[in-house]
Design a protein around this ligand. Sequence first.
Ligand code: FE2
Length: 326
Amino acid sequence: MPPLTKNISRRGFFRRIGGFIANHWLLSTLPVGGLGVLGYAKHDTLALKREHWDLFYPNLPSSLEGKTICQLSDLHLETLQILPESIEQIVMAQKPDLLVITGDIVSTRTDLDKLEIYLGGLTAPYGKFVVMGNNDYSNLSNTLFKRYLQQFQHLGWTPLLNNASYLSDLNLWIIGVDDPATAHDDVDLAYKEVLLSQSLSQPQSQSQSQSQSQSQPQSQSSPPFRLVLAHSTDCLDDVAKNGAELLLAGHTHGGQIRLPGFGPLITNTYLGDLGVYEGYHVINGIPLYINRGIGESILPIRFNVPPEIAFFTLHQGNSQANHQTF
Ligand SMILES: [Fe+2]
């Protein structure tokens, strides 16, 4: 069994922290505790958790019964200390049917060179989809961003930038909202094909029906499941207006650092400011999940907020969502 984390010595870990702080002037303004706190933070930074959720829907398409979606988020490859083999081992052991990433994969230009190492070995029978986060935009020129998208496609990932993809075998729409944190989100545009297909599925003449694209949802006993991917939940108002069965987001890092007696370091969303910055919730009628992410930003450490990979298994029924951490 491969090691779960890079073999970083205690001295090496503190050297990394010191070097990072020396190179990032902003960090000198942030409080960092003593060595004991850093030791604890090292543990929390590397303690990758598997969060498994069972979600129940009365009208779930039968094609989705028992299917599992795996969500990665906020890898921040610049400072990520968790080994690619560890991520691959956890993801592939669950045999997910669908893989999604909800943004912030890179933090620097040279992170592009790490993409294949971290994502090349991940596979899923129904596809792999990715949406962008603020860090994916903040350091890349238009030319490098184009190369970035091409790299994803070369590795078998489908970037969704305010557009949607319909998987007819699953009767599933995957609706990708571009990064809300940098105002790239256009939810109505992302839903455009979904709404068009809804209008086409209304009663119509036979000739109209025959001209309908094969890629569009045909009449099904259950309406299509609408899975929305977005880097942050700040698009929730518009998603709620259009409707969704599940919204997967990240961006908050679950707070990333939660010192006793202090609030979380990072929340960065409207909901986060209200205290909702991780986990499963139903808000405005939309079931949503805020992933804590795998990597870090601002400071390359976590404290009381372990990194995670989330899995969602879908079921028909009325039961409450249930959850286990591994
Ligand atoms: Fe992030």
